[in-house]
Design a protein around this ligand. Structure first.
Ligand code: ADP
Ligand code: MG
Length: 238
């Protein structure tokens, strides 16, 4: 069983259907990038996987469970958004450990989980700072740290680098790939940026107008696009 699967998933807002029967299989440990132009339904798909949006039809699986009716807290996922809201009034360490605090974990246990995550992300020397004292890239790392500390079965990222400047974005791509090599956590990563998709993905899902246009490795999509949309989209600069 794939750790994540979408089976003929549909989504309508009122009478307008925006996802028209999407099926995707994501394997254990895979880094999958959902890519497509703005408005094609990437965020909606991810939000349904996270439990933040109701599924109109079809099934979403995480592990061996259909999660359609499951509240976000019970899904064993951690999501990092584009505007990574950190709590301004608590430290980096407290931000990273916040989900454990909510669960009533002891201080020592929280510190034990935060420490290795901070080390992986190069945040060890910043643990006592407050978010306002950090650069954009550092804040993004804290947001990722917060997800890592939860040790979820699946990471969900929605355009996590799009608020960063171009140079930082490039280095963060490498960092996120390195992180994935280390943790091997199944990852679903949403972006509208073809270059990001081509450089980061094990598998790319190209979306177009609420449908899957093609699924393949970066090389497969580049060498053998199934249709003109994929050829044009993958071949054109961001
Ligand atoms: P993407 O992330 O690929 O840019 P979205 O998933 O955000 O696309 O949006 C897909 C479509 O659904 C768009 O047409 C968008 O306007 C519409 N949509 C998204 N959220 C809502 C909502 N809460 N209410 C109505 N329409 C929405
Ligand atoms: Mg979006």
């Amino acid at each position: 069983m794939a750790p994540v699967a979408f089976r003929e998933v549909r989504k309508a807002f009122g009478t307008v259907e925006v996802l028209h029967g999407v099926s995707i299989d994501i394997s254990e440990g895979e880094f999958v990038v959902l890519v497509g132009p703005s408005g094609c339904g990437k965020s909606t798909l991810l939000r349904m996987l996270a439990g933040l949006e109701h599924v109109s039809a079809g099934e979403i699986w995480i592990g061996d469970r259909v999660v359609n009716q499951l509240p976000p807290k019970e899904r064993d996922i951690a999501m990092v958004f584009q505007n990574y809201a950190l709590y301004p009034h608590i430290t980096v360490a407290e931000n990273m450990g916040f989900s454990l605090t909510l669960k009533g974990a002891k201080k020592a246990e929280i510190a034990e989980r935060v420490r290795p995550a901070a080390e992986i992300l190069g945040l060890t020397h910043l643990l006592d700072r407050y978010p306002r004292q950090l650069s954009g890239g550092q804040r993004q790392r804290v947001a990722m740290g917060r997800a890592i500390v939860r040790e979820p079965q699946v990471f969900l990222f929605d355009e996590p680098l799009s608020n960063l400047d171009a140079k930082l974005r490039v280095s963060m791509r490498t960092e996120m790939k390195n992180l994935h090599q280390r943790l091997k956590t199944t990852t679903v990563y949403v972006t509208h940026d073809q270059i990001e998709a081509m450089t980061m993905a094990d598998k790319i899902v190209v979306m177009h107008d609420g449908r899957v246009a093609q699924v393949g490795t970066p090389l497969e999509l580049y060498d053998r696009p199934d249709n003109l949309f994929v050829a044009g989209f993958i071949g054109s600069p961001a």
